[in-house]
Design a binder for this molecule. Structure first.
Ligand SMILES: NC(=O)c1ccc[n+]([C@@H]2O[C@H](COP(=O)([O-])OP(=O)(O)OC[C@H]3O[C@@H](n4cnc5c(N)ncnc54)[C@H](OP(=O)(O)O)[C@@H]3O)[C@@H](O)[C@H]2O)c1
Length: 512
């Protein structure tokens, strides 16, 4: 297999986290996610030498697709979407073990055929293989697939061995507390929790993982990481794009379900959790659940902890764009929020009195995701702003996308004969230090699941805790309809209600 040139800083780091012989079965193999992310992720793991020597890829779907055609589809997907060019030798190795099984997701006989297909692969190499199922279908068929994996016996294979069956489940994991509980019940009837990998691809992003490394490997942060030194935390997940062709999906989802309940809450948990006892999936996830459970229920009344809005026509990148209600597939009276802002209070020793502000929206001024830790201002006795000094509170920000990195705002003296101050930004950029061709989130996540490391996946109780917090908000908004739904101009940083959520406590959104 072609050796890939590595950035000098990455040389010498371990490349091999060994997975046993594996069959990855993708349900929904003709879909968009499979082509854009999953097949390229598998390919790039192959190029990096991270797939086991005995590796097989099986597509599964309702559409009958001959093996050859599926291999062509996979090759085309790599050519179009992979971060690296298609290397014939690397592809030939994966292609040789790639096949397709057709059948309905609720058809037990099709799953029996899939089981026979996997048994045949084992027979051919004369070794036991672990099976990693990747459920990449619309959520309406998550439960039937899981049930059939149980019924055909594939779920329980080699259960007490490291190469037991594993299953990755795509988002959305439910649409409220009841549906998430129902899905967890369906899963627990068939799988043990350690076999289940609920995906939130945000956790596969480098900067998100780096948050734990920064917090717990640099001794300077931990003494400051609490209510004595931090005044607030702001998490922004802003998109420039509108709903595009996905209006039908977005109408059923909205910003709270699409972004806040999952991605931003993962960022909250990693920022606010206590240090775990070890760098181990269960220890980390125990701490995440503990801090999520310490969040106070949200006040959904006007002037409370939540704000929502919809974009109206505006300008993005100098070009006019339509408002949400004029997008295709959107009801003219839609009350779906395209922006949500939340103020969280964490009721524990570390965070009492420190607001966590979250905001996310479509058609905002710029695509950016960041976590900003705002530190308290120093006492103004020496360099008082009233004395003409230009001072900022220190802010540590983790930039998750784009331009991944970390920056710290410090006050400094302007060179010259007078003592004048100015805030400056000290920055670290991944691309500058480590090169820009970093693995995509899905590569890390597929590899971790193959190896059996659930650290970067969501545990069942984590998903339930988050839904418990947000379901009353969804219910209140559904009841209110368009009453209380604010507007913001496309291309802006959001509505006035988002600003007042902070200004009531004397805060403003940081300009990312
Ligand atoms: N696309 C993304 O960027 C993205 C990002 C994050 C998460 N996700 C999640 O990943 C999953 C897959 O997304 P996707 O965009 O790939 O979906 P998709 O293209 O709409 O569907 C994937 C496949 O599922 C089957 N399918 C479609 N509609 C179905 C239905 N009503 N009933 C049964 N099967 C159906 C189809 O395969 P067959 O007809 O061959 O069976 C289809 O090719 C979803 O849960 C989505 O929320 C997607």
């Amino acid at each position: 297999m072609a050796e890939n040139p590595r950035h000098p800083f990455l040389q010498g780091l371990s490349k091999h986290r060994g997975a046993p012989p594996t069959v990855v079965v993708i349900f929904g193999a003709s879909g968009d996610l499979t082509a854009r992310k999953l097949i390229p992720a598998v390919y790039n793991l192959g190029v990096d030498g991270l797939l086991p020597a005995d590796f097989f890829l099986v597509g599964f779907g309702r559409k009958p697709i001959p093996d050859d055609e599926f291999r062509t589809m996979a090759r085309d997907a790599i050519q179009e979407f992979s971060r690296r060019e298609l290397h014939p030798e690397s592809w030939a190795r994966i292609s040789a073990g790639t096949s397709y099984v057709a059948g309905g997701y609720d058809d037990k006989a099709a799953f029996d055929r899939l089981a026979q297909h996997i048994a045949k692969i084992e027979g051919k190499i004369n070794r036991e293989v672990q099976t990693l199922f990747y459920i990449s279908t619309p959520p309406s068929v998550f439960a039937p697939i899981i049930e059939n994996l149980g019924a055909c016996g594939l779920a329980g294979r080699y259960l007490r061995h490291a190469h037991h069956t594993k299953v990755i489940i795509e988002k959305p994991f439910g649409r409220d507390l009841d549906s998430a509980l129902a899905l967890n019940t369906a899963i627990r009837r068939v799988f043990e929790e350690h076999q289940v990998y609920r995906i939130d691809h945000y956790l596969g992003k480098e900067t998100v993982q780096d948050l734990l490394v920064q917090r717990f490997s640099n001794a300077i942060f931990e003494p400051l990481w609490n209510r004595n030194f931090i005044s607030s935390v702001q998490i922004t997940v802003a998109e420039e794009v509108g709903v595009g062709t996905r209006g039908g999906y977005y109408e059923q989802s909205g910003c709270l379900r699409d972004m806040i309940q999952n991605h931003t809450m993962q960022l909250v948990a990693l920022t606010a959790m206590e240090p775990p006892g070890s760098y181990d999936a269960e220890a980390i996830r125990d701490e995440k659940v503990k801090v999520l459970k310490a969040i106070q229920p949200l006040n959904v009344m006007p002037g409370g902890d939540v704000a929502r809005a919809q974009y109206i026509a505006g300008m993005i990148g100098g070009k006019p764009v339509p408002g949400y209600l004029a997008e295709s597939g959107i009801a003219p009276t839609s009350a779906t929020e395209t922006y949500a802002a939340i103020r969280l209070s964490i009721n524990n020793w570390r965070w009492e009195g420190v607001p966590f502000y979250l905001r996310s929206g479509k058609r905002m001024a710029r695509r950016v995701s960041e976590i900003a830790i705002n530190f308290k201002r120093p006492p103004g006795t020496l360099f008082a702003e009233s004395g003409g000094f230009n001072l900022a509170a220190n802010t540590l920000s983790f930039q998750i996308q784009p331009d991944e990195g970390l920056s710290l705002i410090l006050n400094t003296k302007i060179p010259g004969l007078e003592t004048r101050t100015q805030p400056v930004k000290m920055s670290f950029r991944y691309a500058t230090t480590f090169g820009s061709n970093t693995p995509e989130a899905y590569e890390r996540l597929v590899l971790d699941a193959m190896i059996g490391d659930g650290t970067l996946f969501i545990r069942g109780d984590e998903a339930e805790t988050s839904w418990k917090l947000y379901t009353p908000v969804l219910e209140a908004w559904a009841t209110a309809g368009r009453d209380g739904l604010d507007q913001y101009v496309a291309g802006s940083w959001g509505p006035a209600v988002g600003d007042t959520l902070l200004s009531r406590q004397g805060n403003v959104w940081r300009q990312p």
